[in-house]
Design a protein around this ligand. Structure first.
Ligand SMILES: *Cc1c(COP(=O)(O)O)cnc(C)c1O
Length: 396
C-alpha cells in the first residue's frame, strides 16, 4: 500500500514534466550577480540578470547595508502595523515618493507581494479589472485575490481596450486598467499616454507595474510614468526594488490616500514582517545615487544600444524591443533551447524562453544588458552569438 506521504500525485506530475522535456534543475551561481559569473561551475558572461544598473554588488549599497545592520540589526522583528515600522522604512518611503515625483509611496516586501496585496485592497465586488493579456504573473495572481470581475484586452491593442471600456462602463462602479510599464518578454513599452487618455475618457483608474521600467526609463530611472510625463494621471505606479535597484522589495507610488488605505488594508503590510534593515539601508543609498547622477542609466542605455545594434547588424531578429531587454527570436522551441545551451558552452549565459511563457513558434533567448557590462564583454558575447548562430544556420 502506498502511503499518502509518498506524494505520488506530485511524482506523476513531475514525470509528466520530464516526458515533456521541461523538467529542470536550478542553475547555481557561485558569488555575486555580476556581468561575469561562475554558473554551474563554468565562467560565463551573464546576460540574464535583472541587475540593470549593476547595483546588486555595488560597494556603496553594501556599505549602507552594513551600517543599517549595525544600527538596526538583521530583522525588523514584526509587521509594520505592530512594531516593525522602523524610522528607516519611513525614510525609504519619503525618498521614494520624492524620486518618483508622487505624493507618497508604500513599500512592500517584494514586487510580487505588492501586486498581490494592492490589487485586492483597491478593488471590490462590483468593480472591473481590465488587464493587458501579457501582464506579469503577480498581476494575474493579485487580480485573482480580488472580488472584482476581471477581463483582459489584447496586448497593447487600444481599440480593444476602448471596446472593453465602452461595453462595461455602465455595468461597474470602478474600473481599474492594469498594465506592465515595460513588457518583460519583448521589451516593448506600454502605450501609456493612450491608456491614460482612454482611462480619463471612461473614468477608469490606471495601475502601472513598472518592474522593468523603474531604474531604466524616465529621468535617471524614474520609470514609465516619468518617461511619458504622466505624473498625476496614473493612480498606482508600482515598482520593484529587486531589479534595477538591486536589492529586494516593491512599492506603490501615488497619492497620500492610496498610502493611507494600504496602511490599513494592504494584507502584506498587516500580516508579513517588513523589509530587513540591510535591504532598506541599501535601497535608500541606491535611490540617492540615482538622484545624484544619471551616469548609471546613461551607461545602461549606451550598452543596450551598442549590443542591440551589433546583433541586428549580424542579422539576428531582436523583435520590437524599445528597452535594454533584448530578445533574440529563434522561433522553434527545441532550437531555441539548443541555441541557449550552445551559447552557455561557449561562455554566455542567456536563458531560453519558450511556450507557454511566450506564444508557440516565438521561442527566444532574452538578453539582459546591464550598466555593469564592459564593451569588451559585450563584444565577446556578440562574437559567441555569431559563431553559434552560423553553426546552427540561424545566420547565413
Ligand atoms: C519581476 C516582476 C515582478 C516581481 O517583482 P519582485 O520584486 O521580483 O517580486 C512583478 N511585476 C513584474 C512586471 C515583474 O517583471
Amino acid at each position: 500500500m502506498s502511503s499518502v506521504h509518498e506524494l505520488n500525485f506530485l511524482k506523476e506530475k513531475i514525470n509528466e514534466l520530464k516526458e515533456q522535456g521541461v523538467y529542470r534543475k536550478l542553475p547555481v551561481l557561485e558569488g555575486a550577480n555580476e556581468a561575469e559569473i561562475i554558473l554551474d561551475g563554468k565562467k560565463v558572461i551573464n546576460l540574464s540578470s535583472n541587475n540593470y544598473l549593476g547595483f546588486a554588488n555595488h560597494p556603496r549599497l553594501k556599505k549602507a547595508a552594513k551600517e543599517a545592520v549595525e544600527k538596526y540589526g538583521v530583522g525588523a522583528g514584526a509587521v509594520r502595523t505592530i512594531v516593525g515600522n522602523m524610522d528607516i522604512h519611513e525614510e525609504l518611503e519619503e525618498i521614494l515618493a520624492k524620486f518618483k515625483r508622487e505624493e507618497a509611496a508604500m513599500v512592500f516586501q517584494s514586487g510580487f507581494n505588492c501586486n498581490a496585496g494592492t490589487i485586492q485592497a483597491i478593488t471590490q465586488k462590483g468593480d472591473l479589472i481590465v488587464s493587458d493579456e501579457l501582464n506579469h504573473a503577480s498581476i494575474i495572481d493579485g487580480a485573482r485575490l480580488s472580488k472584482a470581475d476581471k477581463t483582459i484586452y489584447k496586448h497593447s491593442d487600444m481599440n480593444h481596450l476602448e471596446k472593453v471600456l465602452k461595453e462595461n462602463r455602465d455595468k461597474y462602479k470602478n474600473i481599474l486598467i492594469i498594465t506592465d510599464g515595460v513588457f518583460s518578454m519583448d521589451g516593448d513599452i506600454a502605450k501609456l499616454p493612450e491608456i491614460v487618455e482612454l482611462a480619463e475618457k471612461y473614468e477608469a483608474m490606471t495601475y502601472v507595474d513598472d518592474a522593468h521600467g523603474s531604474g531604466v526609463l524616465g529621468e535617471s530611472g524614474r520609470g514609465t510614468v516619468d518617461h511619458f510625463g504622466l505624473h498625476g494621471r496614473v493612480d498606482f505606479s508600482i515598482g520593484t526594488l529587486s531589479k534595477a535597484i538591486g536589492v529586494i522589495g516593491g512599492y506603490v507610488a501615488g497619492s497620500k490616500t492610496m498610502q493611507e488605505w494600504l496602511n490599513h488594508r494592504g494584507r502584506p503590510i498587516l500580516f508579513s514582517t517588513s523589509l530587513p534593515p540591510a535591504a532598506v539601508g541599501a535601497i535608500i543609498e541606491a535611490i540617492k545615487m540615482l538622484m545624484e547622477t544619471t551616469e548609471f542609466t546613461d551607461r545602461l542605455w549606451d550598452n543596450a544600444k551598442y549590443f542591440k545594434e551589433k546583433l541586428g547588424k549580424l542579422g539576428f531578429d531582436t523583435g520590437n524591443s524599445q528597452t535594454p531587454i533584448t530578445p533574440v527570436i529563434i522561433g522553434d522551441e527545441a532550437k531555441t533551447m539548443e541555441f541557449s545551451r550552445k551559447l552557455f558552452e561557449k561562455g554566455v549565459f542567456v536563458s531560453g524562453i519558450v511556450y507557454p511563457t511566450v506564444p508557440k513558434g516565438t521561442g527566444r533567448v532574452r538578453c539582459m544588458v546591464t550598466a555593469g557590462h564592459t564593451k569588451e564583454q559585450l563584444d565577446r558575447a556578440v562574437d559567441i552569438f555569431e559563431k553559434v548562430g552560423k553553426e546552427m544556420n540561424i545566420l547565413k
